[in-house]
Design a protein around this ligand. Structure first.
Ligand SMILES: Nc1ncnc2c1ncn2[C@@H]1O[C@H](COP(=O)(O)OP(=O)(O)O)[C@@H](O)[C@H]1O
Ligand SMILES: [Mg+2]
Ligand SMILES: [Zn+2]
Length: 503
């Protein structure tokens, strides 16, 4: 048979499309040609695959081989097509039977000696394959656990090209994935370690319960970083669909644990302020890889010393916060990655960052400039602001032990369930997601409840956006209080979170 086909998957971001790999063996001078928009890595594939085929005891055709990857207009990256290319050539030359190739997705890179190496993005690739009706896939053994997360598709592992050949010839079975039981719950640092700071602890609880973005301001050493790292421990586990979505991003990033790949726990990502914009947002050569903001998808993005990040990074974040995803334009088309995270910002009040504010040596203008770096438009998206002061020795010595994470999480989870149920038919999960117009019209509160807020609006003391933020927090406070809707007290308390803002 001079012409044969095999199937693989192209990934653009975490979206996959099946790719048909055709091999045609024609008369003519020996040589191998690859057509269909391959990138540089893929062009090397023909040399790699030829060596792997030879080193697996097979002959490479000594006539003209044309390899086509289609659809041709789809950008194709990387080395994951090796296995499919080898299979198509071997079927075309008659070395292996073709029937199994018709409905099998092949994903794997070949080493020169014929070993099959794992590739990134197996999970999103197989999700796409299943959507397109494929029921079987062969991957590297290291990818079996990841592949098995996709139900309804039979995932087999081949450690060497020879094993795939034997399976195509109906000789040997290939091993299947063991079901994944999920990784052991991670050990989060506990809130019981945090002394004092009742307001900031409460702000953290409210942020967790409503999914609100949070800004903590205060001198060094008061526990801002400590508190931020304790937020993921307060959040509920990811639901099944969310877990797959998050795992898909981490799969493309290549950061999954091979034995227990499913990401069940909201990620916590804390990039240093010197991070490049490409690493933050996504980028790199070829088709872009996900940035830190996408690795924080459905989790927490923590910017410590937030004022140091610079306008370009913070501006980029603002757009992402609005859209919940990032689009990265490449010469060969744009890539989309999800990026819906909870933002936590921590900052000193001034550049000299003294342990006590009375010891600050900065001019008032320098202090203003420093905080102005956290641009207004970004802060508009931060519902909660809390000012922290040094813990006094008395707090540390005398206080009874602080409430542990487990107890706080119970309240958070209950409040989140209330909110999710209330907004369920609108597709919102948390109060932070509810748009302003919905808060003001459909879910408007009685006038006597919002009197304080209305007065502030009329006096010009509160902006319309500020009022929306206040209402969102009021809903969260009422959820935490197990009330049906916010009362005037909740609105008043929500307003305090605004007024207690930075310097
Ligand atoms: N409220 C607190 N309770 C217990 N330890 C604290 C507290 N605040 C600060 N510390 C101690 O100081 C160290 C620095 O705290 P950190 O959270 O990094 O402060 P910040 O981020 O505000 O500069 C912590 O590792 C911890 O040992
Ligand atoms: Mg810190
Ligand atoms: Zn200062």
């Amino acid at each position: 048979m001079p012409l044969a086909r095999a199937w693989s998957v192209a990934l653009i971001g975490i979206e996959g499309r099946p790719v048909e790999i055709e091999a045609d063996i024609g008369a003519g001078l020996p040589g191998t040609k690859l057509v269909g928009l391959p990138d540089a890595g893929l062009r090397e594939a023909k040399d790699r695959v030829r060596a792997a085929v030879r080193n697996s005891g097979q002959r490479w055709p000594d006539s003209n081989v044309t390899l086509g990857l289609s659809p041709a207009d789809l950008p194709k990256d990387g080395s994951g097509y090796d296995l499919g290319i080898a299979a198509a050539v071997l079927a075309a030359s008659g070395a292996v039977p073709a029937p199994k190739l018709v409905d099998t997705i092949l994903l794997g890179e070949l080493a020169l000696d014929g070993r099959v190496r794992p590739v990134r993005g197996v999970l999103p690739a197989l999700l796409a394959a299943r959507r397109s009706g494929y029921r079987r896939a062969v991957v590297a053994p290291e990818s079996l656990a990841e592949g098995s997360l996709v139900g309804g598709i039979d995932v087999l592992g081949a450690g060497r090209l020879g094993e795939l050949i034997a399976w195509l010839c109906d000789e040997d079975g290939l091993p299947r994935a063991e079901p994944d039981h999920g990784r052991a719950p991670p050990q989060h640092p506990d809130l019981a370690d945090v002394v004092g700071q009742p307001e900031a602890r409460w702000a953290l609880e409210v942020a967790a319960a409503g999914g609100h973005n949070l800004l903590m301001t205060g001198p060094p050493g008061v526990g801002k970083t400590m508190l931020a790292t304790r937020l993921p421990g307060l959040l509920p586990e990811l639901g099944d669909d969310e877990a797959l979505e998050v795992t898909a991003v981490h799969s493309v990033d290549g950061s999954l644990e091979p034995d227990s790949p499913l990401v069940r726990v909201p990620p916590f990502v804390a990039p240093h302020h010197s991070i490049s914009v490409a690493a933050l947002i996504g980028g790199g050569t070829g088709l872009a890889t996900p940035g830190v903001i996408s690795k924080a998808h459905r989790g927490v993005l923590f910017l410590d010393e937030a004022a140091e990040y610079g306008g370009e990074r913070l501006d980029a974040l603002r757009t992402v916060l609005e859209e919940g995803e990032v689009r990265i334009a490449r010469s060969r088309g744009s890539v989309r990655y999800p990026a819906r995270f909870q933002l936590v910002l921590a900052t000193n009040t001034c550049p000299c960052a003294p342990p006590r504010e009375t010891e600050c040596s900065c001019s008032p203008a320098a202090r203003r400039r420093y905080l102005a770096k956290l641009s207004g438009p970004l802060l508009d998206r931060v519902d909660l602001r809390v000012r922290m002061r040094p813990v006094t020795a008395m707090n540390v010595a005398g206080g009874e032990s602080a409430e542990p994470t487990d107890r706080v999480r119970e309240r958070v989870v209950a409040a989140r369930e209330r909110a999710a149920k209330r907004w369920s038919d609108r597709g919102w999960q948390t109060n932070a997601e509810v748009p302003g117009p919905a808060l003001r019209r459909e879910f408007a509160l009685p006038q006597e409840t919002t009197r304080l807020l209305d007065r502030g609006l009329n006096r010009g003391a509160i902006t319309a956006r500020g009022a929306d933020r206040c209402l969102r927090i009021a809903w969260t406070l009422s959820d935490l209080a197990e009330a049906d809707e916010p009362a005037a007290d909740h609105v008043a308390a929500a307003l305090e979170f605004r007024d207690r803002r930075a310097a």
